[in-house]
Design a protein around this ligand. Structure first.
Ligand code: SF4
Length: 359
C-alpha cells in the first residue's frame, strides 16, 4: 500500500485468526469468536497446512503474497508462542512463496524489543486496534489503553520502518459525532498507511449486549453509521490515507447465527457509504445544472454500482427528486475512481471525493 490514496497492487492475503490468544482484556464490544467464527487456537502445524492449501488454491498471475495474523493481540501472546507461529511461515518466505507478514495488535503491546522480534520474522505491517482517540470513550469501552499509548506505538512503528494500519470504530459507548471527528483528526495526525473503520455492533455474549438489553446503550442506526463514516472516509481520502475496509467482512456466522443482537450491521456496509457519497455528488451536480429531463453521468467502471446504489436506489431517488425522465450512465476507463461527470445537453460539470462539500 502506498500513501497518497493510491493502493499498491493488492496482495494475495492468507488470513490466520488467533482469536483472543494473548488478550487478557475484555472490551465491551468484543466477542472474537462471533466475528471470526473460530475459537480454535492455531498451531504451527495447522498454519503450515493452511498456507499450503491457500497457495495451491491461488489462481491468476503471481502477485505479492502475505500471511496476516488477524484477531486477538498478536504481540500480547507469550513470546515463545509468537516465535513458533511466525516460524511456521519462514520456510515459505525462504522459498519466495510468501513475501510479507502482517499482524494486528493493541497499541500498549508495542515496544522496541517486540518490534525487533517481528522484524526478524519478516513482519512488514502492524495494524493497531485503536478504536478511539478519546479517553472517556476508551475507558467506557474498557479498552485498557490510552490515546497516549497509541501515539507512542505509532511513533515506534514509523521509526522501525513498519507499514502502519489503524483500526477505528464508530458508535462506541460515550462516543458522539464530535468525539468521533476528533478521533479521525488525531488518527490522520498519526500518518498511517491505511485505516479500517468498523461500526460498533452489539454481539451476543458481550457486556455491550447487557447494556443494550438494560437500556444503557443505544446502537447507531445503519443510516447514522453511514453518515458518520462518509465524513471520516472523505477526511482520510483527502489526507491521502486509504480506507481499506468499511464494515465487518460478512461471514456465515454474522449472517446466520444470531450473533449480531443489534447495531448497524449490513453485509455491504462499505458500498452503502460510497453509494451515498455518489448520491450526494449527483444531487449537487443536478441541483446546479439546467432544466434537462435526461442527463448523462460519466463514471469509472469501478464506480458503476456506487452511482446506481443498492438495487438502483440512487437512480430512482434522483429521478424522483429532480423530476428526471432518465439518467444514462457512461462508463469511462479514463475517469478516476471516486469522481463523477454530469453531462447536461452540451454542458459538462464534475465533482469528486476531493471536491464534494461536506460539513
Ligand atoms: S483487545 Fe482486542 S481481542 Fe482483546 S478484548 Fe479487546 S478487542 Fe477483543
Amino acid at each position: 500500500m502506498t500513501k497518497g490514496g493510491k493502493p499498491s497492487q493488492r496482495p494475495f492475503i492468507i488470513p490466520i485468526f488467533v482469536p483472543h490468544m494473548g488478550c487478557p482484556h475484555q472490551c465491551v464490544f468484543c466477542n472474537q469468536t462471533s466475528i471470526t467464527g473460530s475459537n480454535a487456537n492455531m498451531s504451527p502445524g495447522s498454519i503450515t497446512e493452511r498456507i499450503h492449501d491457500q497457495l495451491s488454491a491461488q489462481r491468476g498471475k503471481p502477485i505479492r503474497r502475505e500471511v496476516a495474523f488477524y484477531g486477538g493481540s498478536f504481540t500480547g501472546i507469550e513470546k515463545k508462542v509468537q516465535m513458533q507461529l511466525l516460524s511456521a511461515v519462514q520456510p515459505f518466505i525462504r522459498k519466495g512463496f510468501i513475501h510479507t507478514v502482517r499482524v494486528s495488535t493493541r497499541p500498549d503491546y508495542i515496544d522496541p524489543q517486540t518490534l525487533e522480534l517481528l522484524k526478524g520474522y519478516g513482519v512488514k505491517t502492524v495494524e493497531l486496534g485503536v478504536q478511539s482517540m478519546v479517553e472517556e470513550v476508551l475507558r467506557c469501552s474498557k479498552r485498557g489503553h490510552t490515546a497516549d499509548d497509541v501515539l507512542k506505538a505509532a511513533e515506534l512503528l514509523h521509526d522501525g520502518g513498519f507499514e502502519v494500519g489503524i483500526q477505528i470504530m464508530v458508535g462506541l459507548p460515550w462516543d458522539d459525532a464530535h468525539r468521533y471527528a476528533h478521533t479521525v483528526d488525531r488518527v490522520i495526525g498519526l500518518d498511517p498507511h491505511f485505516v479500517r473503520i468498523y461500526p460498533t455492533l452489539v454481539l451476543k455474549g458481550t457486556l455491550l449486549e447487557k447494556w443494550y438489553r438494560s437500556g444503557g446503550y443505544t446502537p447507531l442506526s445503519v443510516k447514522e453509521a453511514v453518515d458518520l463514516c462518509k465524513g471520516a472516509f472523505l477526511k482520510f481520502y483527502r489526507a491521502g490515507i486509504p480506507v481499506i475496509r468499511l464494515g465487518l467482512q460478512s461471514s456465515p456466522e454474522l449472517e446466520t447465527q444470531d450473533c449480531v443482537v443489534a447495531g448497524p450491521y449490513h453485509p455491504a456496509f462499505g458500498h452503502l457509504v460510497e453509494s451515498s457519497l455518489f448520491y450526494d455528488m449527483a444531487s449537487f451536480l443536478i441541483g446546479r445544472s439546467g432544466q434537462y429531463r435526461i442527463l448523462r453521468a460519466r463514471i469509472s467502471p469501478s464506480d458503476l454500482s456506487n452511482i446506481r446504489g443498492q438495487r438502483n436506489r440512487n437512480l430512482d431517488q434522483l429521478k424522483r427528486r429532480f423530476g428526471l425522465r432518465d439518467i444514462q450512465i457512461e462508463v469511462d476507463e479514463k475517469q478516476p475512481k471516486g469522481s463523477l461527470i454530469l453531462i447536461n445537453g452540451t454542458k459538462l460539470d464534475g465533482m469528486s471525493y476531493r471536491t464534494l462539500p461536506f460539513s
